[in-house]
Design a protein around this ligand. Structure first.
Ligand code: F6R
Length: 618
């Protein structure tokens, strides 16, 4: 997500901060800004500059109107969540008196109610962001006499959600204070200077000694000291380490590829995509939904359109939406949609899923749907991109920028958004009881930990991948919600390992594709959870069919599933989760498999041949 830099020391803060932001550019962003403390006791002021677009735009603003010298500063590159990528929404944000400046990474879940309270007290907020609320609260606390550290602790106790906050106070030029909950923050420890960064890339030009903050900690940096507390002011400690990565590895958090980094970010990405979706009364709320309850009650058919990985997310969504809402769902490749003259009217909801928000096929498809008077809802990761702008409603996935060309965290967060949509429609239409929706939400909220468990077993999958460098063809089998997972596993392998790979619905095998099976052919099987016994048993039959013909069966099955053991040459365990949510864990070993196999084959995993991240031609 966003990039954050903080500095206090003898150097010119502007240079250090802007350079740090440049090092964080790889994270992706849509606006940038800096704030510097110009000392002067109680007449000290904040000088700031911010601009939508690339860092060069900000540098031009600074070149046109030079900021005064300063030794204390903060900076930010923003990836829009609340509010479009505009100058006004760019960080830093200031309090009403312009005494405190603050930058933020993450999502403050209870910002709407805090904002209302501030506005009731005559605060004028200049942006649409959740961040500005925290800047005002922090300024109120320092104006009431708290030092910036205490003020930060007080404010953090009032915030819900995930956040890294970094702030400066114009009346206190020697310190920068930051806080962290569920969002990354690292301190760079120098000689007579200290740094803050969302990752070490922000400061490794200056120091390689780092201190990682724990959950719910506040850190105060001055030239000579680093002091850590919890949100209640009790002293705490960070984890000190030496950074021996080069810059390129630092950008990838020590991983060899952005794709691998993004696979490992998935627990966080899924958690972020669930943030702020429930109101204080426990009801589901979708911020940018913009469809009225009456419009939702009117829906009698849903058509999901998407391409590639996003299309497979749509296939999973069909199972969830139909099951929870009883509304019929069609899933269609966006490149095919308008050419078949689809039957659309005002009671058809068209759901366009797109990570980039710029895919030309999907864009043309939504234009066609709207011309036929259908409502269009976009599920998108990129705030301000064309598809959400041209849609009637949007659910942002909040995965943060995805840099690897092959989509991974984009897919998982699209699944989350689809589940949320299904549950929201069920809530409005009353097709599920409140406690049932509540139960699924709790199951979803447990998924980040389950995904982390799968990731902890990565080595087993890597060994398996490295044992298959001589393989020329791989099959993937699944049933029900596991079928799109099989398709996605095959797509990942095609994209980055350039191997022939096919995904099939296991029951379809005997109708033709089984002819492909020969001695030693690896077949990855996504085994549905038990409980739906028919499904599980039917899957076992499919596995038996390929095994009997010499295939090597690699089975992904839930913990405790002993029935599968005689049929699996290799068994990869998945956490026990409900069948509809299983794609969130089942796809992860397939991503790891493709990533490791492509690496072992010597391919460029992040930039696979012939592919582009965003396909803007039809
Ligand atoms: C696969 C992949 C592509 C995209 C497809 C749609 O790893 O990245 O298949 O999923 O091009 O892109 P978006 O979601 O941006 O519309």
């Amino acid at each position: 997500m966003c990039g954050i830099v903080g500095y206090v020391g003898p150097k010119q803060a502007q240079d250090v901060v802007v350079e740090g932001l440049r090092r964080l550019e790889y994270r992706g962003y849509d606006s940038a800004g800096v704030a510097l403390v110009i000392p002067g006791g109680t007449s000290g002021v904040i000088a700031e500059a911010k601009k939508a677009g690339k860092l060069a735009n900000l540098e031009k603003v600074i070149a046109d109107s030079t900021l005064p010298p300063s030794h204390t500063g903060i900076g930010h590159t923003r990836w829009a969540t609340h509010g479009a990528p505009t100058d006004a929404n760019a960080h830093p944000h200031l309090g009403s008196e312009r005494r405190v400046a603050l930058v933020h990474n993450g999502i403050i879940e209870n910002f709407a109610e805090l904002r209302t309270r501030l506005e009731d007290d005559d605060h004028v907020l200049l942006s649409e962001t959740d961040t500005e609320v925290a800047a005002h609260l922090l300024e109120l606390a320092v104006a009431a006499g708290a030092d910036l550290t205490t003020a930060m602790q007080q404010v953090c106790r009032r915030l819900e959600g995930a956040f890294t906050l970094v702030a400066v106070d114009a009346h206190d030029p020697d310190r920068v204070v930051a806080a962290r909950r569920n969002s990354p923050l690292v301190v760079g420890v120098g000689e007579g200077e200290h740094f803050l960064g969302s990752d070490v890339a922000a400061f490794i030009e200056h120091t390689r000694e780092a201190l990682e903050l724990g959950q719910d900690q506040v850190v105060t940096i001055t030239r000579d000291a680093v002091a850590i507390t919890d949100f209640d002011g009790r002293p705490g400690e960070g984890r000190a380490y030496h950074v021996d990565w080069d810059l390129s590895a630092a950008e990838k958090d020590g991983h060899d590829w952005f794709m691998r980094k993004e696979i490992f970010e998935q627990p966080r990405a899924v958690a972020d995509s669930l943030l702020g979706r429930r109101s204080t009364s426990g009801l589901l709320q979708l911020d940018e939904m913009r469809l009225s309850d009456d419009e939702i009650r009117d829906i009698d058919k849903i058509i999901i359109i998407a391409a590639g990985t996003s299309f497979y997310a749509g296939m999973v969504a069909k199972y969830a939406i139909e099951h929870w809402t009883r509304i019929p769902v069609e899933v269609e490749l966006s490149s095919e949609f308008r050419y078949r003259d689809p039957i659309l009217d005002h009671s058809t909801l068209v759901v366009a899923i797109s990570q980039s928000g710029e895919t030309a096929d999907t864009l043309q498809a939504i234009r066609h749907a709207r011309s036929q008077r259908s409502k269009v809802l976009a599920i998108c990761n990129t705030n301000g991109s064309t598809i959400p702008r041209e849609s009637d409603a949007v659910i942002y996935t909040h995965a943060g920028p995805e840099i690897g060309v092959a989509s991974t965290k984009g897919f998982l967060t699209q699944l989350v958004a689809c589940y949320l949509l299904a549950l929201y429609v069920a809530q409005v239409k009353g097709t599920r009881f409140g406690d049932e929706i509540e139960e699924v939400m709790s199951q979803l909220e447990a998924m980040p930990d389950h995904i982390a468990t799968v990731l902890a077993g990565a080595e087993q999958v890597y060994d398996l991948a490295r044992a298959h460098t001589g393989t020329r063809s791989v099959l993937f089998l699944g049933r029900h919600a596991g079928y799109p997972v099989a398709l996605e596993g095959a797509l990942k392998l095609k994209e980055i390992a350039y191997l022939h790979a096919e995904g099939f619905a296991a029951g379809e095998l005997k109708h033709g594709p089984i002819a492909l099976v020969e001695q030693g052919l690896p077949v990855l099987c996504v085994v549905p959870p038990r409980g739906r016994d028919q499904l599980h048993e039917k899957m076992i039959s499919g596995i038996q069919e390929v095994r009997a013909r010499g295939a090597q069966t690699i089975c992904l099955a839930e913990e405790g599933d002993t029935r599968i053991e005689p049929y699996a040459d290799v068994l990869i365990r998945l956490p026990k989760v409900p069948v509809l949510l299983q794609p969130l864990v089942a796809v992860v070993p397939l991503q790891l498999f493709a990533c490791e196999l492509a690496t072992a084959l010597g391919h460029d995993v992040d930039q696979p041949r012939n592919l582009a991240k965003s396909v803007t031609v039809e």
